[in-house]
Design a protein around this ligand. Structure first.
Ligand code: SF4
Length: 757
């Protein structure tokens, strides 16, 4: 992996300004100037996230404003869109001038900064370059490779969370008609724990609250989320909550920008007067992995409170709608405070203070993201959060409930529309009935399973629908080696990235339309739909001329691949592509909650997929909400070892790097860094910016090292450290995935840090 420097000296100056505000305005202006998008940029911004004829931001999955806000955007959303709209182009000429070996020396920023891919390309091993290929030839090449497989399970179909619902449905249909459930997705690395925990506790894999609930709640608990960078419009909800007197408790080893104060750019009066609003009333910094113990402590404090105020627990709700309450109470009472303090890294006094906020609030929402899910015990922690919510009946009523934050704009939609390597029988039955295929019943491979199977030579054809698989996955060199063992790798992308250079024996790059671009088909200008973190499904329609006349839409590419891989298929692939309403009509018959899809998705703001748990209907074995009783895990690192969490900077989106800066953490011109506690640095004789070697030790005892990184003293609990993905994915062993969620454990890597020689 390249150690990129921007040539300028690294700087570290703790950030004390409000989140968003003038800092965001200046950053956006600099970005638009740098990308030379001073005309189309603002035009697109004015159409982003608008319900009638606008396009959905290709960034995160935060829901759209419900009150018709005109500028319903954020700094990072503008970067994502501007990055896609760049005028720079990468075509045959570029690839004729650069070998893959040469490009492999370039940094990830430099690769993506080359611009939009303009035509389909085939890898030519003879000259180690990509050369143009026509679409029919590309599809035929794919068809031949698929025909050569001994089993459908020798192919695997990866989805990154940007794929729209209609393309998602066609993609899973192709894989299943071909005969496999090998449907890994980026959710395998990020949100699996949330889905499995909510399914076990409430009988649904999703949150039950929507944005209106956020506007009504009395208390917000935000766990393991860096909202100001990864769901920036949450700042608006936090500021409004604070102004109406709600309590806001941030629980995170790092006090991130959203846990301080903000100026919302579309609040012109406050912008003009530099008037910031707080976005937190209490910040709690547990050790990495200490959230479960912290939540257990809050529940214990609620039970102690109930000894003198019975209303602290909603006994009626518990009796009517839950099961397992007594066992959970017994477990909480039996969990000693000293153990809770040790495992959480937080004092009883602070935990009790957080519990008091919870008890004093009539309605509470708990919201979380990767800081909770990317751990061995991610499922248990989410279930512990639900336990706490159940204690006070914070479910099935306005202003209350679980609200997981999803990363990518349509990652939830992907799962809803069939991207699931463990599909349920009912879905497969309906798919078989409606689409006239015999879908495979055996569970398929997820992301880790796919990489392991590539290594064993059992997966020979890999298709990446968007994203940057090679970098997003853990154990980078191991993942690279796996991809290089494939007979064929196919990447459907908008921009050049590392996954194009880490390819199989044969390789195809298939350039697709971006979210901002018009998608003309025989049936006219097409719209696609997405589902946000709060189960709202709405349309997105491009407004710009495509970057090249040779681009195809994602549905059209999938239809081309399917027709080639499935000769004799009776699925109307071409008819689907001519008019996406036809895809939606089929989805309405197959998918729960999508009835009358075409009419409802055209309603203002679209429609919300029904959440039975919101109506206190629980599709659990008991038919009730189920308390869990998991033992607290031991998350305290051994002496000399630190627990490292990988994270994103403010100037990146997943594996896309916009610059070496991380404004909210006070960093300029540096990504090869590790944030450490100042005392932990002193113990190791390490000063600010000193070069260090970071070595991780995996469960199987194998070690992985990053050399000559630079140490930054940061407000993080002792025994903890943090650094950036994808660079630090090198330290995450492929085999170190959660036994509960199968998610790679990227937020809790055991490392040692020593001064570099
Ligand atoms: S909050 Fe998320 S979806 Fe909204 S504009 Fe920002 S990045 Fe895009």
């Amino acid at each position: 992996m390249d150690e990129r420097t921007s040539g300028e000296q690294p700087e570290f100056r703790p950030y004390h300004h409000p989140a968003a505000g003038w800092g965001a305005a200046r950053s956006v202006t600099e970005f638009l100037v740098r990308e030379r998008e001073l005309v189309d940029g603002p035009r697109a911004i004015m159409r982003m996230n608008h319900e009638n004829g606008g396009f959905d931001c290709p960034g995160c999955a935060w829901p759209d404003d419900t009150k018709g806000l005109h500028l319903d955007i954020c700094e990072n959303g503008i970067k994502h869109v501007t990055w896609e709209m760049t005028r720079k182009r990468v075509g045959a000429e570029f690839f004729a001038a650069h070998t893959v070996a040469e490009l492999s020396e370039w940094s990830d920023f430099e690769l993506e900064d080359q611009g939009r891919l303009t035509e389909p390309l085939r890898y030519d091993p003879g000259i180690d370059r990509y050369v143009p290929i026509s679409w029919p030839e590309a599809f035929a090449l794919f068809g031949r490779a698929m025909a050569e497989l001994d089993s459908p399970d020798q192919a695997s179909f990866y989805t990154s969370g940007r794929l729209g619902n209609e393309a998602t449905f066609l993609y899973q249909l192709m894989a299943r008609e071909f005969g496999t459930n090998n449907l890994p997705d980026c959710s395998n690395m990020c949100h699996e724990a949330s889905g499995r925990a909510l399914q076990a506790s409430l009988g649904t894999g999703k949150g039950t609250v929507d944005l209106k609930d956020w506007e009504m709640t009395d208390a917000l608990f935000i766990l393991g989320v860096n909202a100001a960078s990864n769901a920036p419009r949450m700042l608006t909800s936090l500021a409004e909550a604070y102004r109406r007197g709600a309590q806001i408790v941030h629980i995170n080893p790092l006090v991130e920008a959203a846990a301080t104060r903000t100026i919302i750019p579309h609040d012109f009066a406050r912008m003009a007067t530099f008037k910031a609003t707080r976005t937190s009333t209490l910040n709690v910094q547990p050790r990495i992995g200490g959230d479960m113990a912290l939540v257990r402590g809050m529940a214990k404090a609620v039970f102690e409170e109930a000894e003198h105020d019975p209303k602290a627990v909603d006994a009626e709700f518990v009796d009517r709608h839950t099961t397992g309450f007594d066992d959970y109470r017994a477990l909480c009472e039996a969990t000693p405070w000293p153990e809770i303090e040790r495992q959480s890294g937080v004092s009883r006094a602070v935990i009790t203070a957080a519990a008091r906020v919870y008890c004093e609030a009539d309605r509470s929402i708990f919201s979380w993201c990767l800081g909770i899910t990317q751990h061995e015990h991610g499922v248990d922690t989410v279930r512990e959060i639900v336990n706490l919510l159940l204690l006070r009946g914070n479910l099935g009523r306005e202003g209350a409930g679980p609200s997981p934050v999803r990363g990518h704009s349509n990652v939830q939609g992907n799962r809803t529309c069939g991207i699931d390597h463990r599909p349920d029988e009912a879905f497969l039955d309906r798919l078989a009935e409606v689409c006239g295929i015999e879908p495979p019943r055996a569970h398929g491979l997820d992301t880790i399973g796919t990489i392991e199977a590539m290594h064993r030579g059992e997966v020979k054809v890999f298709v990446g629908m968007g994203g940057n698989f090679a970098l997003a996955a853990p154990d980078t060199p191991h993942t690279f080696a796996a991809l290089r063992k494939c007979a064929l790798t196919v990447q459907v992308s908008t921009k050049l990235n590392r996954s194009h250079l880490v390819h199989g024996e044969q390789a195809l790059i298939l350039p697709c339309l971006g979210r901002t671009e018009k998608d003309h088909q025989r049936g006219g200008l097409q719209s696609t739909s997405v589902e946000d973190s709060m189960s709202m499904v709405h349309l997105s329609r491009g407004m710009k001329r495509p970057a090249s006349p040779h681009l195809l839409s994602e549905p059209a590419i999938i239809a081309g691949l399917a027709a080639a891989a499935l000769p004799g298929s009776r699925t109307p692939w071409q008819r689907y592509v001519e008019d996406y309403d036809r895809i939606r009509d089929t989805m309405a018959q197959v998918l729960d909650g999508f009835e009358d899809f075409n009419r409802r998705v055209r309603l203002p703001l679209g429609f919300r997929i029904r959440q039975p748990a919101r109506e206190l209907i629980f599709h659990t074995p008991s038919g009730r909400a189920e308390f869990s009783t998991a033992e607290l895990p031991d998350v305290v690192p051994a002496d000399g070892v630190l627990a490292l969490g990988t994270m994103r900077s403010h100037d990146q989106w997943n594996t896309t790097i916009y610059s070496d800066d991380d404004r909210y953490r006070g960093i300029k011109n540096l990504r090869t860094l590790i944030f450490m506690n100042a005392e932990d640095m002193r113990d190791r004789g390490i000063g600010e910016f000193d070069r260090v070697d970071i070595t991780s030790t995996a469960r199987d005892g194998s070690t992985r090292t990053l050399n000559r990184y630079q140490a930054i003293p940061y407000d993080i609990p002792r025994g903890c450290a943090a650094g950036y993905m994808p660079e630090m994915n090198v330290l995450c062993a492929l085999g170190d995935y959660s036994t509960q969620s199968d998610q790679p454990i990227m937020k809790h890597v055991a490392v040692t840090v020593e001064p570099s020689a």
